[in-house]
Design a protein around this ligand. Structure first.
Ligand SMILES: Cc1ncc(COP(=O)(O)O)c(C=O)c1O
Length: 402
């Protein structure tokens, strides 16, 4: 069989390969501390499960409209309007089987072959994969370690833009860095986007996973809602990663195209789960508050333990469930300069499993071979309890100090 040539451009989430290695380590009888995968070991709130079962029993088990059920689209538009100050209606919402499908459908709908697309790197690896697989040119922009947050350099982004640059992916409240742009930075980004007439994939997967303050969307700035396609997901806020439900929210003409792509792809999203999603948005919110409280406790412990390790420097992000510590010194003291050798040794010696910067996009020119390379690893604390965070990071500290 001859496979399609374009597959050479298709990337993947290499974090799943780390899971396979971690599973092998467990099979050999070792304890693994799973900081590598952004999945959740927290159960979906009971009221959502009940509402879904009720819908199944009420025979909501056939196809539903390709846009999703009207009631959910309406409620979601209202919910987003409340948090974003937008004026979306049902016409601006197409329900999706998860947050991720909005990424590939966005590029299918608005990107032509050869178009340049700015995307965050390090960043969620599916952007780079889909841009290149679908014939676009992926132009990375990066985050810099600031005083107490990873920061964007808006001038640097500006300089990267050419007449062929059509699109930008923005993932504020970012995976993997946990970075959050200030309102001033977001405002400057909005101005740049308007000046260069760009269209935006605004990945808001972590909009509601925040511990202090209030999330701000690019779509809330004047004139931006018509330039943004929002990626919405139920996965994180309601601990529904395995349910596969999300939405694309944006200008009607784009939503109509995305709904047509739904017909060509999955026909419609899972029907009865959409009733669970209505309960998620309109019912008792104590479950989702509890999820954030659980994650906050994990964050606080993980950050303070990582910062207690000599040679590790870790910010305390206000949002997401990721940490992206700088481990340059710790690796150097242990004699490592290679990410994969370090990651495998840590797994073998301590059971602590994590991703490295390499799992979040191709390294940038000069990043690894410059005079002072800075090295980062990513810890996800969404799938690991406090007791195991403590035990795992104690083991990591002992190993790195030895
Ligand atoms: C930045 C970002 N966008 C999108 C997604 C996909 O979310 P979902 O699991 O709902 O498809 C993830 C999942 O980890 C993510 O980190």
């Amino acid at each position: 069989m001859e496979l399609a040539k374009r597959l050479s451009k298709l990337g993947t989430e290499t974090a799943f390969a780390v899971s396979t290695e971690a599973a092998k380590h467990t099979e050999k009888g070792n304890k693994v501390y799973p900081f590598h995968l952004g999945d959740m070991n927290i159960k979906t709130p009971e009221n959502i499960i009940e509402a879904t079962i009720k819908a199944m029993k009420a025979a909501k088990t056939g196809y539903c409209p390709n846009y999703g059920i009207s009631q959910l689209r309406e409620i979601l538009a209202e919910d987003i309007n409340r948090s974003h100050g937008t004026d979306y209606t049902i016409d601006n919402v197409a329900i999706q089987p998860g947050g991720k499908p909005t990424i590939s459908k966005f590029f299918m709908a608005v990107m032509n072959s050869g178009d340049e697309v700015l995307y965050p790197n390090p960043g969620y690896p599916i952007y780079e994969s889909q841009i290149e697989f679908q014939g676009g040119k992926a132009l990375p922009y990066t985050y810099h370690e600031g005083k107490d947050n990873f920061e964007l350099d808006i001038d640097e982004i500006d300089k990267r833009i050419t007449p062929r640059t059509k699109l930008i992916v923005v993932n504020d409240l970012q995976n993997p860095t946990g970075a959050e742009a200030s309102p001033q930075e977001l405002g400057a980004l909005a101005e740049l986007i308007k000046r260069h007439n760009l269209f935006v994939l605004c990945d808001e997967a972590y909009f509601d996973i925040r511990y202090e303050g209030k999330s701000l969307s690019l779509a809330s700035f004047p004139g931006m809602a018509q330039r943004c396609l929002l990626l919405y997901t139920f996965s994180k806020k309601y601990a529904m990663t395995g349910w596969r439900l999300g939405a694309a929210i944006g200008p009607k003409e784009l939503i109509d195209v995305i709904a047509k792509l739904n017909v060509n792809d999955e026909s419609c999203s899972n029907h009865f789960i959409q009733y669970g999603a209505i309960e998620a948005l309109t019912g008792d919110q104590s479950g989702s508050k509890e999820i954030v409280n659980t994650l906050r406790e994990r964050r606080d412990i993980a950050v303070s333990m990582l910062n207690s390790i000599d040679g590790i420097r870790c910010y305390k992000p206000n949002a997401t469930f990721y940490l992206f510590p700088n481990v340059t010194e710790a690796m150097g003291r242990k004699g490592f300069s290679d990410y994969e050798r370090f990651r495998r040794a840590a797994l073998r010696e301590t059971g602590v499993s994590f991703c490295t910067r390499l799992h979040f996009g191709r390294p940038l020119p000069g990043e690894m071979d410059g005079p002072d390379p800075q090295l980062y690893i990513r810890f996800a604390y969404s799938g690991i309890d406090v007791s195991d965070i403590k035990e795992g990071l104690t083991r990591l500290k002992e190993w790195l100090d030895s």
